[in-house]
Design a binder for this molecule. Structure first.
Ligand SMILES: *[C@@H]1O[C@H](CO)[C@@H](O)[C@H](O)[C@H]1NC(C)=O
Length: 167
């Protein structure tokens, strides 16, 4: 299982039990878990762990001043990755440890629909990401929503993790 899977289950149990998880403690635990893996050589980028409104801040970096305590009433975004001898990773997960609102369910589902459409598309070699981007956004556009960010990027191997595509 991927280390972030263990961690999200652990947080779920402990948030329910009232344990004081915060954005910074999640970050620290991610490093610890990845650090136990054989081929791990370090972070592939600074993790983004954002709870509630912080999760909507693009490229958010938790600090002592902003560090939110995680509870069961909003969404937790974890975007992190590692450099491994056999590859680099960039994994994003969105969790809710209570009862998501209808709006959270709808937007999460519409984003997921876009991801599935992108995963299924057959495209010609040389198609640029800007040609495929609409597939990811269309289910959001249908209800007047959007996201203020690119849809994807290259990962590379032991590079900067946000690589341009090969043209
Ligand atoms: C949960 O966290 C959010 C965001 O930090 C905060 O606004 C809210 O008051 C918290 N709710 C509870 C029940 O602690």
């Amino acid at each position: 299982m991927h280390p972030s899977c263990h961690l999200t289950v652990l947080i779920l149990c402990q948030v329910e039990a009232g344990e004081p998880w915060t954005e910074l403690s999640v970050e620290k635990r991610l490093d610890e878990y990845r650090g136990r893996q054989d081929k791990y050589r370090g972070r592939s980028f600074n993790p983004i762990v954002g709870f509630g409104p912080n999760g909507a801040v693009i490229h958010y970096k938790a600090s002592e001043a902003t560090n939110a305590r995680i509870n069961a009433s909003s969404l937790l975004l974890i975007d992190s990755g590692g450099q491994y001898l056999d590859g680099s990773t960039d994994v994003t997960r969105t969790m809710h440890y209570g009862e998501p609102t209808d709006f959270m369910r709808e937007t999460y589902t519409r984003v997921l629909m876009g991801v599935i459409d992108l995963g299924k598309v057959v495209f010609k070699k040389g198609a640029t990401d800007s040609r495929l981007d609409i597939l990811a956004r269309r289910h959001l556009y249908e209800v007047g929503l959007d996201y203020l960010h690119g849809t994807g990027h290259g990962i590379g191997v032991f590079l900067q993790i946000h690589e341009g595509q090969n043209k």
